[in-house]
Ligand binder design. Structure first.
Ligand code: 26W
Length: 800
């Protein structure tokens, strides 16, 4: 849309007037942000209306992306980028004496997710809108997002994330699209005169699901899709029934808070309530909208695609069956065929403890009708497959087993497609986690390697780099990231390489300024910025990185006279509040950081900054400043990773195990431009098969490693008596579940190599350039295009 800064200023001042009836000078950053948000809503409102109308008029097939987590990040700058209004707003504001950055930082960051899964959902929403796919998000409007993290004496402390305190300018409450979700009570089927079985409910606990819609703006294409987040409320009582406070709380508790675990199924009834709440509300509203615009249910599979983001929304399968059977008089076979045509499922983890199963008793009590349908799905699955695959396979793959409802199995059986998120992960699904179901439905399994939206993670997060790329190869890459490859020839261009170094320098200054201001730690910007940003989990091995820091620390302490290549180690990591071991590692990380940062002998040769409250907005500040991308998970454990792709696209070189998408990064950019190390997945599985891993052997065989481990328990590191012992024992006594000691030697070997190579900046920048140039391979637009073609069968814009 064409907008002059004069027009913008006029509109902005009138928005301030309308909202606050006071002079601009009397308004706060948050008020100015809200006014800007309202302005964007006004400028984009027609596009949103037009988009919905166009989809209806063209009967366009809709994709519904169900995810219990969405991590959209701040939306003001992102929407302005997609509307091509960013520079106008920035100019207009500076002409009014205001700074866009300062105001945009007043926007709360909606932390409605834990990590990779939630952020991927947000990247894919952005990509679907930018590819003109009718992509609708479906999730939960948590009143409180992921906890705010602070460190008290080095320990993680969780604070409530009251993100809606100042409202949410981007959402629209849609009362007339509400629906009722039932819980508990009794259900029975009564034969109707026409022989049809009608479901009857009594004593159910009815909850009103109220949708809040957020616009998802496509990139320069006048498309605005919808992210629908459901909120639980008491139904407007027809009979003026009195609801006790307890009853009120029971209902609002459903969407009160996000479960902060990202790899350990809570197994709590409230979590099952949450999963059923947004799954049922979502499917009801989809079928309602479908029936308003279509009269032939047989067309459902041609007009609707529902994607199940991990097992958390799996209840959409029996819910769709319930609606088709109970409210649309479909026969079982017709309903089942339609359901499978519509449903597709993505698995995001192979960790056993993350694969959801629900005790049948809890499931049956809370969801009686849904349980009846799951029982029938199980019965028909067993009857169908038993003759072919035999009792053992059927017992190991049916949805019901060992007193549990096995959600991953139900998701596979009820979907026409099952995909992993990186080639190794998909292989492990076929050969390990879902091996038996792969035998039954081999044709359903496929791989869809993850992707990231370059619009947020390069264009927005790294304007210096984006500007340099524009002046070098033009702006074509902004619409088609594969065109970043046109940078490859500039490996020989010293001027360009120097400009690339300056861009990295600029981003380091920005990060150093934040760290100085918020943590009081002074960082030099000619150091190697060695970054590890992800949830705290034993398999992600932040511990291995800490051991490298201790190695560097002892080296300087032993030889203070020796020159070293200065390093800044940057961490961002939240631990699930119930994950004790992870919280112990956080305490150790902060203790080591204090010891290193306060040691005069070390000075500024080595710094460790563990930035609290890591999330999307901090990632946008840290990633552009990184030189080294720590992707050091135990091979086979990280399904894909996506921070690895973001860091690559911003010119960091990957210090990476042969795990998840690291393998693809090393392949695409070339191993010579990365630092691969460690056991392969096959070697890890070999240890499992032979049970011959003895961590203590590595401890005893390597004096350097022994010194590091002993420092956990011998008082070298202040204040880690308890956690030091706990971690030491987890390695030596409990045999190091994630092979930290086995990978220590090759890891530190590569760390030494990095210190050596970094001194040759032209070559380093050449390798950084190759990472940037080849990162287009991991664009969310390409990934989503593959989902559209192979799984959802919907048309999409070509990347021009
Ligand atoms: C039930 C608790 C729970 C909550 C969240 C279990 C599992 C999850 C998510 C599946 C965990 C997650 O975020 N997995 C990450 O998904 C990313 C996107 O595909 C991958 O890149 C990461 O490798 C994977 O760990």
């Amino acid at each position: 849309m064409k907008l002059t800064s004069a027009q913008f200023k006029k509109d902005f001042l009138s928005e301030i007037e309308t909202l606050y009836s006071t002079a601009l000078a009397d308004t706060s950053n948050i008020e100015q942000y809200i006014a800007l948000g309202h302005l964007v809503r006004r400028y984009n409102s027609q596009s949103w209306t037009r988009t919905a109308k166009r989809y209806r008029d063209h009967q366009q097939k809709q994709v519904y992306y169900f995810s219990i987590e969405f991590l959209p990040g701040r939306l003001l700058a992102m929407n302005l980028l997609s509307l091509n209004l960013l520079s106008t707003f920035k100019r207009g504001l500076s002409e009014l004496g205001l700074d866009f950055e300062t105001i945009s930082q007043a926007e709360p960051d909606p932390a409605l997710g834990n990590g990779g899964l939630g952020r991927l959902a947000a990247c894919y929403m952005d990509a679907m809108a930018s590819l003109r796919i009718a992509g609708n998000g479906n999730g939960i409007r948590y009143r409180y997002g992921l906890f705010k993290q602070i460190f008290m004496n080095g320990y993680q402390v969780e604070l409530p994330d009251d993100w809606l305190r100042t409202g949410n300018v981007w959402e629209t409450r849609r009362d007339n699209k509400s629906c009722v979700v039932r819980f508990g009570g009794n259900t029975w089927l009564k034969k109707q005169p026409d022989g049809h079985l009608q479901a009857h409910y009594e004593h159910t606990e009815d909850v009103l699901a109220v949708p809040y819609d957020i616009g998802v703006v496509g990139y320069h294409n006048d498309i605005t899709n919808t992210l629908r987040l459901w909120s639980a409320e008491l139904p407007p009582s027809v009979t003026k029934t009195y609801y006790s406070q307890e009853q009120r709380d029971r209902v609002s508790d459903i969407t009160k808070v996000l479960y902060p675990d990202d790899s350990n199924t809570a197994g709590q009834q409230l979590r099952l309530r949450q999963e059923n709440f947004f799954s049922s509300a979502g499917v009801q509203s989809i079928v309602r909208d479908f029936c308003e615009n279509n009269d032939d249910l047989q067309q459902l599979g041609k007009k609707i695609a529902i994607h199940i983001n991990d097992t958390h929304p799996t209840l959409v399968i029996p819910e769709m069956m319930r609606l088709l059977l109970d409210e649309h008089d479909c026969s079982w076979d017709v309903a089942w065929t339609l359901t499978m045509q519509v449903m597709s499922y993505t698995n995001h983890t192979i960790l056993q403890e993350a694969l959801e199963t629900w005790p049948i008793e809890m499931f049956k009590t809370l969801l009686p009708r849904i349980y009846q349908i799951v029982t029938e799905i199980d019965r028909r699955y067993r009857r169908q497959e038993l003759p072919i695959f035999g009792q053992k396979i059927v017992d190991q793959t049916a949805p019901l087993g060992n007193g549990q409802v096995r959600m991953a199995y139900l998701a596979v059986i009820g979907s026409h497609s099952v995909n992993g998120v990186a080639p190794l992960h998909t292989k492990l699904l076929k050969t390990d986690v879902l091996r038996d179901l792969y035998q039954v439905y081999p044709e359903r399994f496929n791989n869809k390697t993850n992707g990231i939206t370059m619009r947020r993670w390069v264009q927005l997060a790294n304007e210096p780099l984006s500007g340099l790329i524009d002046t070098t190869i033009g702006k074509g890459w902004r619409r088609n990231p594969n065109r970043l490859q046109e940078l490859i020839p500039y490996q020989q261009d010293d001027h360009f390489l120097h400009q690339l170094l300056e861009v990295k320098q600029q981003n380091k200054w920005a990060l150093a300024a934040y760290v100085q201001k918020n943590m009081g730690i002074k960082l030099r910007t000619d150091a190697i910025y060695d970054v590890q940003i992800k949830r705290l989990h034993a398999y992600k091995r932040q511990l291995l990185h800490v051991f490298e820091i201790l190695r560097e620390y002892f080296k300087i302490k032993d030889h203070p006279e020796q020159a070293v290549v200065p390093r800044v180690h940057v961490f961002g990591a939240k631990a699930a509040p119930s994950y004790h071991y992870a919280k112990s590692i956080i305490k150790l990380m902060n203790a080591v950081a204090d010891m290193v940062n306060q040691d005069p002998v070390i000075g500024d040769k080595l710094k460790v900054v563990f930035i609290p409250n890591y999330g999307v907005s901090l990632a946008e500040l840290i990633i552009p400043a990184a030189d080294v991308s720590e992707q050091i998970s135990t091979a086979s454990k990280e399904a894909s990773g996506t921070s690895n792709m973001k860091l690559m696209a911003n010119g960091a070189l990957s210090l990476a195990t042969h795990d998840g998408a690291n393998i693809d990064i090393i392949h695409v950019a070339g191993a010579e431009n990365e630092y691969p190390f460690g056991l392969t997945a096959a070697e890890v599985y070999h240890y499992y098969e032979h049970g011959n891993y003895h961590a203590a052997d590595f401890y005893h065989a390597d004096p350097e490693l022994k010194r590091i481990l002993d420092s956990l328990i011998d008082g070298t590191i202040p204040e880690v008596e308890t956690v030091g012992r706990e971690i030491f024992d987890s390695l030596i006594q409990y045999n190091d579940e994630f092979f930290v000691l086995a990978d220590y030697a090759s890891y530190t070997q590569q760390q030494r190599q990095i210190s050596h190579d970094f001194q040759d900046q032209p070559t380093w920048q050449q390798r950084a350039l190759v990472n940037i140039a080849t990162a287009g391979y991991f664009s969310a637009d390409s990934a989503v295009a593959r989902y559209a073609e192979d799984i959802w069968q919907v048309p999409h814009d070509q990347l021009t």
